[in-house]
Design a binder for this molecule. Structure first.
Ligand SMILES: C[S@@+](CC[C@H](N)C(=O)[O-])C[C@H]1O[C@@H](n2cnc3c(N)ncnc32)[C@H](O)[C@@H]1O
Length: 286
């Protein structure tokens, strides 16, 4: 069932939901196995599973592999955590608030034969530590994505984030994929580079010291570099996780293309100039 059709569930009175979807019930003295129902109440959002082909695309967008630790926020029946482990060889965890659903999802992990690589924990995503993840997946709601955004942006630069259906307001995605009218959005958590940096370039026969100023809006960068009296604007800026790239034309009309890595208050890398020279550069936060 599509999300828009199921959205009506969100407005249903709690009593009606309890009536429609009783948790594990007693029948003939035996514990009846919990049967999940699309639209059942969750803490902040109801359960609607992401279709398999969307789950697969989400994990491909994030280029999930054996070195990854994938955490699905609001795990439902565990299908994202299970596919991450089974098809992509990752370690994974799903955090699910509904205790019956969490138990059911953990049972699905066992049935899928990925115990040891995948697990489901019962918990509230707003009270859980998910900072160890290299990949975060979500199918929540726009307001919930926004509530999680500060925590996600504080994660290790390079952490990949994928969301089914809902984006993150003015943090524009790095990729949007669509299939069958459904969308999946992808972001890479950018390093924090905004500010003023002491810049030094060596190579090409000359040592050069200057000041680099960077303005950042999520992964988008603008900036300038001091060239004597001139503030030379940066071109072709790019910030992807902890990798940075930008170009500028120096005081001798030479264009330099720089790439580097950000590590806290230091950046370093190499450059290539269009006069054939090559060199190294460093920048230290002022
Ligand atoms: C739309 S479903 C998505 C399920 C799964 N991620 C998928 O894509 O198939 C959202 C899930 O989040 C759970 N949930 C809602 N609020 C939660 C919270 N605060 N903490 C953890 N799970 C929550 C719901 O019970 C539901 O199973």
């Amino acid at each position: 069932m599509h999300w828009s059709r199921i959205a009506a569930f969100a407005a249903a009175p709690l009593a009606a939901l309890l009536f429609a979807f009783p948790a594990a019930a007693q029948k003939d003295g035996k514990e009846k196995e919990f049967e999940p129902h699309v639209g059942q109440a969750g803490k902040d959002v109801i359960w609607v599973p992401t279709p398999d082909e969307v789950v697969e695309r989400m994990l491909r967008m994030a280029q999930v592999g054996a070195n990854d630790y994938v955490i699905d926020l609001g795990a439902g029946d565990g299908k994202i955590a299970i596919m991450a482990a089974k098809k992509f060889g990752a370690r994974s965890m799903g955090i699910e608030y509904n205790p019956d659903m969490a138990k059911h999802a953990q049972h699905n992990v066992e049935k899928a034969g990925v115990t040891g690589r995948a697990r489901i924990v019962q918990g509230d995503i707003f009270a859980s530590d998910f900072t160890q993840a290299s990949v975060i997946t979500m199918y929540l709601l726009p307001a919930l994505n926004l509530r999680l955004r500060p925590q996600i942006l504080a994660m290790r630069p390079g952490t990949r984030v994928v969301s089914h259906s809902f984006n993150m307001d003015d943090w524009e995605p790095d990729e949007t994929s669509s299939m069958d009218g459904r969308r999946a959005y992808f972001w890479v958590v950018p390093a924090n580079v905004a500010g003023t940096w002491a810049f030094e370039a060596t190579g090409g026969g000359a040592a050069e010291r200057s000041e680099l100023t960077l303005e950042q809006r999520f992964q988008k960068l603008e900036g300038s570099i001091g060239l004597g009296q001139v503030q030379g604007g940066l071109r072709d800026t790019r910030l992807r996780g902890f990798t940075i790239a930008f170009s500028y034309v120096d005081g001798n009309s030479v264009r330099r293309d720089l790439t580097g890595r950000v590590s806290g208050n230091r950046m370093e890398g190499s450059f290539r100039a269009d006069n054939g020279t090559e060199g190294r550069w460093t920048a230290t936060r002022k």
